[in-house]
Design a protein around this ligand. Structure first.
Ligand code: BDR
Ligand code: CA
Length: 322
């Protein structure tokens, strides 16, 4: 428990599972710049936007750029549970990060596999004490839950970037990349009964960059702010072109904003079904937004956000980095 001024603030004990990825790196800088609220215990990496060696290197780069080498990085699953691996180098570049120099960071990976780390940490945790942010395919947590279902005891909630309902998909007409990359894993996590919060394309496409928003970050004039602006300028091009919009979403960073300021977001408890059958709806998230089926609610589906509040908070936090 940390005491700030008159009110006591309970820090969020957090594990971030990620596949960096341009927007993942922005999310990691955002989280690692927020130690007053977020006790980031570890980053765990997964294959997703690019293969595992590159996502693991990029996670270590983000940690280095944030000056947070105290946070261990554990490498996890190198492929999805069942399906053939897919990547998104067309959006994130061959290295998973473009617009900035990519190199081998000074600090290596932590010893041990991310899945063992998750199992050991969650088994030993106080009941419902650890939050897991998942910014990529859900393979690592699904494999950990499959091996040791009892680890749900340590999980407070899982906050996920993934899925699409009202917005439609970004990889097929109905599927979003993280769900399409490993829908069987997402089903395991959903069926585990843990509390799930989904930030899908429905909300991330309402939080778009603008020249003004990027200019404010650039004006911080720090190494971190330059990196973020260079990464985003490159990353947003694909979405701006494909959707014909004036700015681009920073998907994964929405999860960090949600953890820091949930009051900036709104949504509802829904029944969620994930389609993992081969066919045109593979990877779709089916959301019973209007409660047609009167089926049990198994996820909180975030649908809207205070976009300016998001960029104000991101800018404020990046100002804390060098
Ligand atoms: C999600 O897919 C990835 O390419 C991004 O990093 C983000 O997690 C958006 O669909
Ligand atoms: Ca990601």
């Amino acid at each position: 428990m940390t005491v700030t001024g008159a009110c006591a603030v309970e820090k969020i004990d957090l594990i971030i599972d990620t596949d960096p990825g341009a927007d993942d790196v922005v999310a990691l800088l955002f989280a690692l710049a927020s130690p007053q609220e977020l006790n980031v215990r570890a980053l765990t990496t997964v294959a997703g936007n690019v293969p595992l060696d590159k996502t693991s290197r990029n996670a270590r780069l983000a940690r280095e750029w944030a000056g947070r080498e105290d946070v261990p990085v554990y490498a996890g699953a190198s492929k999805p549970m069942l399906r053939t691996p897919i990547y998104a180098a067309d959006v994130h570049g061959q290295e998973g990060l473009s617009g900035v120099p990519v190199y081998e960071p000074s600090q290596g990976l932590a010893q041990g596999h991310a899945i063992d780390y998750l199992i050991d940490t969650l088994k030993a945790a106080r009941p419902k004490s650890i939050t897991i942010a998942i910014l990529g395919p859900q393979t690592n947590l699904a494999l950990a839950l499959t091996r040791e279902p009892g680890i749900v005891q340590g999980i407070k909630e899982v906050v996920i970037m993934g899925g699409a309902h009202f917005n439609g998909g970004n990889i097929t007409p109905v599927a979003e990349f993280n769900l399409f990359a490993d829908p069987q894993a997402a089903e395991v996590v959903l069926n585990s009964g843990v509390r799930l919060i989904y930030l899908s394309l429905d909300v991330t496409h309402k939080i778009l960059t603008s020249d003004e928003r990027l200019k404010r970050i650039a004006a911080l004039n720090s190494n971190a702010s330059k990196l973020v602006v260079d990464i985003l300028n490159d990353y947003i091009k694909a979405d701006m072109e494909s959707y014909g919009i004036a700015g681009g979403p920073v998907h994964d960073a929405a999860v960090i904003a949600y953890l820091l300021r949930p009051q900036m977001f709104s949504g509802r408890e829904v029944n969620l079904v994930i389609d993992s059958r081969e066919g045109p709806t593979f990877g779709q998230t089916i959301v019973d937004w209007y409660d047609r089926l009167k089926a049990p609610k198994n996820a909180f589906w975030v649908e809207s956000a205070d976009a300016q509040g998001f960029f104000d908070l991101l800018t404020e936090r990046l100002a804390r980095l060098k």
